[in-house]
Design a protein around this ligand. Structure first.
Ligand code: NAD
Ligand code: UGA
Length: 467
């Protein structure tokens, strides 16, 4: 039986390996991690990440051909294919701080693979890495390899959180990059055979290593660019009386543009868009491509502008002061159907409002109180000035509640920062009655019916909509 081991049991490693185990009864899959609490959670009924459909997939194969373990070295040593799906965050200090990817975790995983291997292996880059990383990994693996052959493949992951299971079950494409040598081609075929258990052949694309590595960064940069483009338009819509939803609809009808990823918002979040674009910017700068670097930098700058613009709108609408005023924050996750808060726009909006001395009452159906307080207490990296950490916050300005009506009770304003479906159907009449007057709603996700709320009596601001 073929053995697969995945190093890193996170948002990518867990779901992707569960999907392989579900579809490949002839393959044993072990997911390993140095974080024991995470592995314990994967082995419990309370999985470490919230992802629709994931519980069923894990239940179907855990203990059959899917295993979660902290015994990293044993499973790596036994594997034919080792996926590496460790985190690759933005470097916080040193050369490239604020932009370059921190490959510390990757390098330590590669050194460990080299140390414990006694048989030939295919090593797969699942993490998102800078283009040319495979070259460095090859050097680490092949140094002192005692005749063991390692083939490196790039197999970036395109799943989005909240729809991970759907994305993995029916991917738009699976990308595999490898060396153009006979051994490289053989390794590509081996990995292709794994995915061919459930992915149609025409959706499995193979190419050279560097194209595969760069395609991942390019895909995220282009997706984020669409959001920054529509968010930039939203500012112009507010200034002119146009409606960004109507503009996006009209534009998206052009089959060359398409309708998806054109929802204006308070700003994109998530662990990857900003990190991957900044990484791309750094790679361009290192290659002397200043104009190209500046072009992509602008995507992140517009995102920061959009978040700051939202805060400014809240403060200026509420008579230029939110000091001492209760403001309800509905939604803290970076998008709906996930409990993930990494780089969530809500974090920056909350910081901005607390900076103006607002009193926040935060509700999110999936994010715990501890997580929210931890996020707001951590110093935030200013990517443009990495030496200046923005000051951590005083938690006396924040309360976290488990009911949206409690969050909004007695509040002067409500900010909707995540597009959870339940926010569309809240009893807004009831909320209005319980709030201070005038009662403001600031919809950062365009989930509410502006006219309905105005009829109730709210003063409503919705991103990119006529005021
Ligand atoms: P994560 O932080 O959720 O998980 C990474 C895990 O790796 C952690 O549990 C950590 O303990 C473990 N780890 C780190 N070093 C290790 C080592 N030496 N040995 C064993 N375990 C180790 O990260 P994630 O969100 O799963 O992302 C992983 C990679 O996938 C990143 O490069 C990211 O850019 C990329 N990616 C993420 C997504 C997403 O939606 N989150 C989608 C596509 C690609
Ligand atoms: C994104 C990509 O969509 C995945 O293909 C990729 O694999 C992943 O990054 C990654 O590399 O980590 P993810 O960040 O999980 O996935 O979620 P998205 O659906 O892309 O949303 C990202 C952010 O953009 C969210 O804050 C979302 O609310 C926002 N967004 C998205 C908008 O503001 N408008 C839109 O039209 C779409």
């Amino acid at each position: 039986m073929m053995k697969i081991c995945c190093i890193g049991a996170g948002y990518v490693g867990g779901p992707t390996m569960a999907m392989i185990a579900l579809n490949c009864h002839d393959i044993d899959v072990a997911v390993v991690d140095i974080a024991a609490p995470r592995i314990n959670a994967w082995n419990s009924s309370n999985l470490p990440i919230f992802e629709p459909g994931l519980d069923d997939v894990v239940k179907a194969c855990r203990g059959r051909n899917l295993f979660f373990s902290t015994d990293v070295e044993k499973h790596v040593a036994e594997a034919d294919i080792v996926f590496v799906s460790v985190n690759t965050p933005t470097k916080l200090r040193g050369l490239g701080a604020g932009k370059a990817a921190d490959l510390t975790y990757w390098e330590s995983a590669a050194r460990m693979i080299a140390d414990v291997s006694t048989t030939d292996k295919i090593v797969v880059e699942k993490s998102t890495v800078p283009v040319k990383t495979a070259e460095a990994i090859e050097k680490i693996l092949n140094h002192n390899s005692n005749g063991i052959q390692f083939q490196i493949l790039s197999n970036p992951e395109f799943l989005a959180e909240g729809t991970a299971i759907e994305d993995l079950m029916k991917p738009d494409r699976v990308l595999i990059g490898g060396r153009e040598t006979p051994d490289g081609k053989k390794a590509i075929e081996t990995l292709k055979d794994v995915y061919a258990h459930w992915v149609p052949a025409d959706r499995i694309i193979t190419m050279n290593l560097w194209s595969a590595e760069l395609s991942k960064l390019a895909a995220n940069a282009l997706l984020a660019q669409r959001i920054s483009s529509v968010n930039a338009m939203s500012a112009l819509c507010e200034a002119t009386g146009a409606d960004v939803s109507e503009v996006a609809y009209a534009v998206g009808k052009d089959s060359r543009i398409g309708p998806r990823f054109l929802n204006a918002s308070v700003g994109y979040g998530g662990s990857c868009f900003q990190k991957d674009i900044l990484n791309l910017v750094y790679i361009c700068e290192c290659n002397g491509l200043t104009e190209v670097a500046n072009y992509w930098k602008q995507v992140v700058q517009i995102n920061d502008y959009q978040k700051a613009r939202f805060v400014k709108r809240v403060v200026s609408s509420m008579f230029n002061t939110v000091s001492g005023k209760k403001i309800a924050i509905l939604g803290f996750a970076f998008k709906k159907d996930t409990g993930d808060t990494r780089e969530t726009a809500a974090m920056d909006v909350c910081r901005g409002l607390i900076g103006d001395k607002a009193q926040l009452s935060i509700y999110d159906p999936q994010v715990t109180r501890e997580q929210i307080l931890r996020d707001l207490a951590v110093d935030k990296l200013d990517w443009d000035h990495p030496r200046h950490l923005q000051q951590s916050l005083n938690s006396k300005h924040v309360s976290v509640v488990s009911d949206p009506y409690e969050a909004t009770k007695g509040a002067h304003g409500v900010c909707i920062l995540t597009e959870w479906d339940e926010f569309k159907t809240l009893e807004y009449e009831r909320i209005y009655k319980s709030m201070q007057k005038p009662a403001f709603v600031f919809d950062g996700r365009n989930v509410i019916d502006v006219n309905e709320l105005r009829k109730i009596g709210f003063i409503v601001y919705s991103v990119g909509k006529p005021l």
